[in-house]
Design a protein around this ligand. Structure first.
Ligand SMILES: Nc1ncnc2c1ncn2[C@@H]1O[C@H](COP(=O)(O)OP(=O)(O)OP(=O)(O)O)[C@@H](O)[C@H]1O
Length: 241
């Protein structure tokens, strides 16, 4: 059930957040989405998850039209995502947060699936903890991934989920994500600034700059590309304005 975006453009008033973006993501792939601040990465996630309607273009996930379909159908299309700033429902426990996400995304409550998610994310001992006050940063991040998993996705989109973790925490989290891809058969799109993370986790890397795709290839090839390097140092601005 591939994701297929064709000629996606998004404008916010005078700002072209995305211009003519084409992107296809196969069922079994892990794709890194990188680019400087303001490049349009989160806007692209918002288009795919139906939060932003593109000014132009089409987006499909399998049979589901992500642009024109009803919000309800888009939510059940099999796409799960995390947000840059973890957004737990503060007055609820960890388990309750997962149940709310499952009911919203999957349309049912399946306690055994929730137990599986808690176990996979090493959160079983925190199942009844308050999401707002009782979690370390890495556990908050794990809960954010857990909420996306509870919606029973086929495609998981992670928005800077490793940001703020120190090196060993980052590596442990990365190993967990790689297992998730292998063992749960999930395609993933990963927004991440850390080149090491992208290189270890992703077979493919797409680079956005000023709302346009400027490179698409293996992480190795992409990070050697002079245009990509210029986009990070800011010297490519004039070419894309
Ligand atoms: N709701 C909005 N209203 C107006 N402008 C917006 C809105 N959302 C994003 N933008 C603008 O669109 C452009 C792309 O922003 P976006 O957040 O998608 O970039 P990004 O690559 O995710 O950046 P970062 O790495 O800083 O998160 C930016 O110029 C941003 O200011």
């Amino acid at each position: 059930m591939p994701l297929r975006l064709e000629n996606i453009s998004v404008r916010f008033g005078g700002i072209a957040a995305l211009t003519g973006v084409n992107l296809e993501v196969a069922d079994d792939s892990v794709v890194g989405l990188v680019g400087p601040n303001g490049a349009g990465k989160t806007t692209l996630f918002n288009v795919i998850s139906g939060l932003v309607r593109p000014t132009e273009g089409s987006a499909r996930f399998g049979d589901t039209d992500l642009v024109k379909g009803k919000i309800h159908n888009r939510a059940r299309a099999g796409i799960g995502r995390t947000f840059q700033i973890p957004q737990p429902l503060h007055e609820l426990t960890v388990r309750e947060n997962l149940m709310v996400a499952q009911r919203f995304g999957a349309g049912r409550i399946d306690p055994s699936r929730i137990d599986e998610i808690l176990d996979f994310l090493n959160l079983t001992h925190k199942a009844d903890a308050q999401a707002a006050t009782d979690l370390a940063l890495s556990e908050q991040k794990a809960l954010e991934v857990g909420k996306a998993l509870a919606t029973e996705p086929k495609l998981l989109m992670l928005d800077e989920v490793l940001a703020g973790l120190e090196t060993s925490g980052k590596r442990a989290f990365m190993t967990m994500l790689a297992r998730l891809h292998r063992e749960w058969n999930l395609a993933m799109i990963v927004i991440e600034h850390d080149i090491e993370t992208i290189s270890r986790l992703c077979q493919r890397c797409v680079v956005l700059n000023f709302g346009k795709v400027i490179a698409d290839g293996t992480p190795d090839a992409v990070f050697r590309d002079p245009e990509v390097r210029r986009s990070y140092t800011g010297t490519g601005a004039a070419e894309h304005a």
